[in-house]
Design a protein around this ligand. Sequence first.
Ligand code: SF4
Length: 432
Amino acid sequence: MNKNNVCIITLGCSKNTVEAETVAGLFVKEGFKIISNVEEADIIVIHTCSFIQDAQKESKYQIQQAGLLKQKNKNLKIFVSGCLAQLLQDKIKKEYPFIDGYVGTGNFDKIVKLIQENKFFFKTKVAGGVTNFKTRVLSTNLPSTYIKISEGCNHKCSYCIIPNIRGSFTSRPVKAIVDEAKFLADSGVKELNIIAQDTTSYGIDIYQKLSLSKLLKEISKINQFKWIRLLYAYPSTINKELLETIYEKENICNYIDIPIQHVSKNVLKNMRRPTNTRQIIESIKNSFPNIILRTSLIVGFPNETDADFKELVAFIKQNYFEHVGIFAYSDQKTAISYKFKNKISKEIIEERLNILATEQFKNVIKNNKNKIGKTFEVLPEFVSKNKVWGRAYFQAPEIDNMIIVSKRDDISLGQFTNIKIKGYKDYDLIAK
Ligand code: SF4
């Protein structure tokens, strides 16, 4: 195949972004050109997501859109990779006969070689993931990115299909991660966000003990990083050593994303998750009150009673979390919970979502008011009209609220700047 223009469309979470950036680097190494305008592409790679139904719909929509482009340009090649390709396997070719190839989650990094060899249809393979990170081409000019420390997951949350798609939990060795972190630091990265399906189980498979604290200490030695941030922590494997490391190391943000999903024991039992999330969060906040917490919650899980939901609302009112992502339960055919009885109606789910979002919004306003008059180091990320949008240490990229500043000469994108908070507008903070 000619060394032509490749457009990679990345859907879903930051884990997919890291994989797509790595594969983009492999294409570049082999003489292909990465472009962002899909209309000019000779090859389109759609790196899909299938975490929830909406994500699957979006992935399918993007495949169809690429198919429309192929009607105009018969030479266009379309490849599908990632979670949806893994989930559907051979069915993807039946659903979308115009695609030229598909690869599973375990062999995405082989795609360049396979395209070069004109092997257009390949089998999917679970586990292994993308491992050759040295070729990564960052998809943004900003000094902020993600690093993936493990692949797969050994938990069996009843609503989740990820372990079937991504395989069992496999940590990367400390050295490989630190080498990649150094490469990113040398490329200008100042904020490193630690990701995996489950970050806090890091090391249990290859070192036979929880080793995230050790890994973070190694990464924090890289002085170029200003902010190292922990995302996707599994509640029951957060230990004192880890919290102390986060607290003590200057360049590790006092911020943890801990998706707890719920607090009611009944619901958590049905979800097959640790039932003591309430105690875990209370204990973290009692011992380390300055650590900012983010979480995700699922509303309307099968069998969630009014009492279960009220318990969740009461917990959220405690304002332990600065940021909360609230999701409606999404039924997935291959998940264990698909077979559960007592599904909650759409109307009740909608109502519960609104109640919970309203309660969390009150917390946000309270927390925003507390920040007025304080000065924070802010990373300006983009400009829109005459405003600059940035983030402080207590705000993760892409998922949290932001700080909006009027455009000024002393603010440049990607350059950390001290900014005083003057007010707030809905979720976002405002500075002059
Ligand atoms: S921890 Fe649970 S929700 Fe997260 S990937 Fe593993 S099984 Fe899925």
